[in-house]
Design a protein around this ligand. Structure first.
Ligand SMILES: NC(=O)c1ccc[n+]([C@@H]2O[C@H](COP(=O)([O-])OP(=O)(O)OC[C@H]3O[C@@H](n4cnc5c(N)ncnc54)[C@H](O)[C@@H]3O)[C@@H](O)[C@H]2O)c1
Ligand SMILES: [Zn+2]
Length: 671
């Protein structure tokens, strides 16, 4: 490549990257995937390295984020600069990072690192004077951000006042949207035919940067903190690990999980462990952040224009594959909403075959502008859910056909109705609705009737033995034996499970009944707020809006369903069948599925705390393992703490534990 060619390509890349920065940071609406973006940036970086004479301080490689627009928020200058992070994608690159440190410091490694989950949200800066929160801002271009104090204050865990901190203090962390809140928000938007968010990061950025903080408040944002700006020197802290503990001690949420590692190999072990477990995290993580533990070394190494030299983001793989959209089928859900599902030519992505992908709703298809026969770029969002990133327009032949919505229900043939951008089957007896409703009702997180599989549900519907979930409680052994090769034993088992499902409580029942937009969290919140089904049935729209995390769209959807005579009739028949309609007292199942270990001394007898955890459905064990959900850390903790850190098991102080329980049980339980 000649100098001239390089100059041309470099200019092209810079323009392209600036455009995508604008889409991503200012509009919260990226057009290309992160991996594609990272490739562009990397190409630019490599060219600039080969042709140093073409380097320029206004190149995107030397800059952080993008300058915010001034239209909506007040610009604010960060007292000390904020940075991005350089990326590593392989162990080799982590080794190279360590070698760069060795050269710069003039001494041999391995060094000690703190490894943290890289939470995919947006970074914020909180500024405190004499312990009082003065403002909070987004990162922006690192020098100037947007003031979003009111929006940040809707996140309840952000402390307003601090004790025993430097006079001027900047605390930095990430605002993120938990996966559950993200899915719920998108379901709400999908149900209304509106534009959905591409990923939790965009959803968090879009929700924090709302003109109306009341909207922000309903989006279920959270925050976790990991760094100091001003005040770091005065704090006298020596290591990143101490810093994280210090933040926690001062009352900041540190929810993202961290561990210590020695050398690139030690980092690799944690990276591999966390990669395996990333699905079980409550937030989306796009990698791990590796930071030299000893803060004195930070001063020696300093920063490039864009990123610190003492830290690096070691990103999780983000495989993207090209494949073809062969056809689109339409599914009818519990609410009668018709969802388009793309059938793909199967491709292997991150360890499994992908052949189906949801196309959400009409708005989504329009925005993507996808047609049957198109080549598309597909990845797994958060390493799990297949998603079309974009259409490969350059591969179009002209043979592609637009996606046509059916006029009639693919399940029952009833004419579909169109409300805005949502296509719906209005037939209350539509078998698809019935099948989905029963399957959902029996699912593990709902009424947990494990013996009721899909095949069996189909048979029961086919034979007319059940029409809706209330009929399940009238099934007899002789109805079941012989269906789907069912013997006497399994029939009895199933009947016992159905029997037991009666006492699951209002929380699960509300979730099981599939009120529009109501996931597990909202179901718990509703149950906590109203206590009984009868009270809920009387709720006004205003009352529903007072329930934690219930937004306007959801409130309206719930309200309409509660008023629906068919719904009321179903509830009446369930009640007659003996299904409990009251909230479980003290949130008996709030901690089901979690395993706790306790170390150190607590403010009340350990046995009492253990009993409490067990009463709430948690398991309590004596030793920390990968299966441990949380380690509760009291005064003078023992070796369990080290073990937890090594395994990346999150820890809770006693106070955090109580807050956690309160959050899980809603207003019902107070320690
Ligand atoms: N798709 C697009 O069009 C597009 C455009 C621009 C940027 N991007 C994406 O954004 C990335 C660049 O964004 P960025 O500059 O915000 O950097 P980044 O997300 O790659 O990494 C730096 C950020 O990580 C965050 N972080 C999370 N957990 C952390 C922890 N424990 N410790 C420290 N920091 C932590 C901080 O906010 C920090 O600013 C690119 O790599 C690309 O993936 C995509
Ligand atoms: Zn139908």
């Amino acid at each position: 490549m000649t100098l001239e060619e390089a100059r041309k390509r470099i200019n092209e890349l810079r323009d392209l990257i600036r455009y995508h920065n604008y889409r991503y940071y200012v509009l919260d609406a990226p057009e290309i995937s992160d991996a594609e973006y990272d490739r562009l940036l990397r190409e630019l970086k490599e060219l600039e390295e080969r042709f140093p004479e073409l380097k320029s301080p206004d190149s995107p490689t030397e800059q952080v984020g993008a300058k915010p627009l001034e239209a909506t928020f007040r610009p604010i200058r960060h007292p000390t600069r904020m940075y991005s992070l350089d990326n590593a994608f392989t162990l080799e690159e982590v080794r190279a990072f360590e070698e760069r440190i060795e050269r710069a410091l003039g001494r041999k490694g391995p060094f000690v690192y703190t490894v943290e989950h890289k939470v995919d949200g947006l970074s914020v800066n909180l500024y405190y004077e004499e312990g009082i929160l003065v403002w909070g801002a987004t990162r922006g271009d690192g020098e100037t951000g947007e003031e979003v104090t009111q929006n940040l204050l809707t996140i309840p865990t952000i402390p307003r006042r601090l004790k025993g901190v430097p006079e001027r203090l900047e605390v930095r962390g990430e605002v993120y949207m938990p996966i559950e809140a993200f899915l719920r928000l998108n379901e709400e938007l999908e149900e209304k035919g509106e534009k959905i968010f591409k990923n939790p990061r965009n959803a968090a950025a879009g929700s924090l940067r709302q003109k109306d903080p009341r909207i922000t408040a309903r989006r279920g944002l959270r925050a976790t903190f990991y760094a100091l700006g001003l005040g770091l020197e005065e704090s006298g802290l020596k290591t990143q690990l101490d810093l994280l503990h210090w933040l926690r001690e001062k009352g900041f949420p540190v929810e993202h999980g961290f561990a210590r590692a020695e050398g690139a190999e030690g980092v690799e072990r944690i990276y591999q462990d966390w990669l395996k477990e990333r699905r079980s995290l409550p937030f989306e993580a796009d990698g791990v952040v590796v930071k030299l533990d000893e803060l004195s070394l930070w001063r020696e190494l300093g920063y490039t224009a864009r990123a610190p030299r003492f830290a690096i983001a070691y990103k999780f793989p983000a495989e993207e594959k090209e494949t073809r959209l062969l056809q689109v089928v339409f599914q009818v859900g519990r609410t009668g909403r018709v969802t388009p599902v793309g059938i793909l030519e199967p491709v292997f992505i991150e360890g499994s075959e992908v052949s189906r992908v949801t196309l959400h709703n009409e708005s989504y298809i329009e925005e993507l502008d996808v047609r049957i026969g198109d080549w598309v770029l597909v990845h797994k969002a958060g390493g799990v859910i297949p998603e079309v990133l974009r259409v490969l327009n350059e591969k179009r032949t002209g043979e592609e056909r637009p996606i046509r919505w059916p006029e009639t229900c693919p399940e029952c043939g009833h004419r579909l109705v169109k409300e805005g951008k949502v296509h719906r089957c209005p037939n209350p007896l539509c078998p698809a609705k019935r099948f989905e409703a029963i399957r959902h009702y029996a699912s593990r997180k709902a009424m947990d009737i494990g013996g009721l599989g899909e095949k069996l549900i189909e048979k029961l519907l086919e034979k007319g033995l059940v029409k809706d979930v209330a009929d399940l409680y009238r099934l007899k052994e002789e109805d079941l034996v012989g269906l789907e090769r069912m013997g006497k034993k399994s029939a009895q088992n199933l009947l016992r499970q159905i029997e037991e499902s009666r006492s699951q409580g209002l929380e699960r029942l509300l979730y099981a009944l599939g009120l529009p937009g109501v996931g597990e969290v909202l179901a718990r919140n509703l149950a906590a707020h109203f206590g009984t089904m009868d009270r809920l049935l009387e709720a006004t729209l205003e009352e529903l809006l007072q329930v934690e995390e219930v937004g306007e769209l959801t409130a309206r959807g719930i309200y309409e369903t509660l008023q629906d005579p068919a719904f009321r009739d179903l509830v009446r028949r369930l009640k007659e069948a003996g299904v409990e309609m009251e909230a479980k007292e003290r949130g008996e199942e709030a901690l089901k599925g979690l395993t706790f270990v306790i170390t150190g001394e607590l403010s009340r007898p350990r046995e009492e705390v253990k009993a409490l955890l067990r009463r709430l459905g948690a398991k309590v064990t004596d030793s920390v393992s990968r299966k441990t959900s949380y380690l509760v850390v009291g005064e003078a903790p023992g070796s369990k703490l080290e073990k937890a850190r090594a395994l990346g098991v999150p820890t809770l102080t006693e106070e955090e534990l109580y807050r956690f329980i309160e959050e899980r049980t809603g207003s019902i339980w107070k320690p």
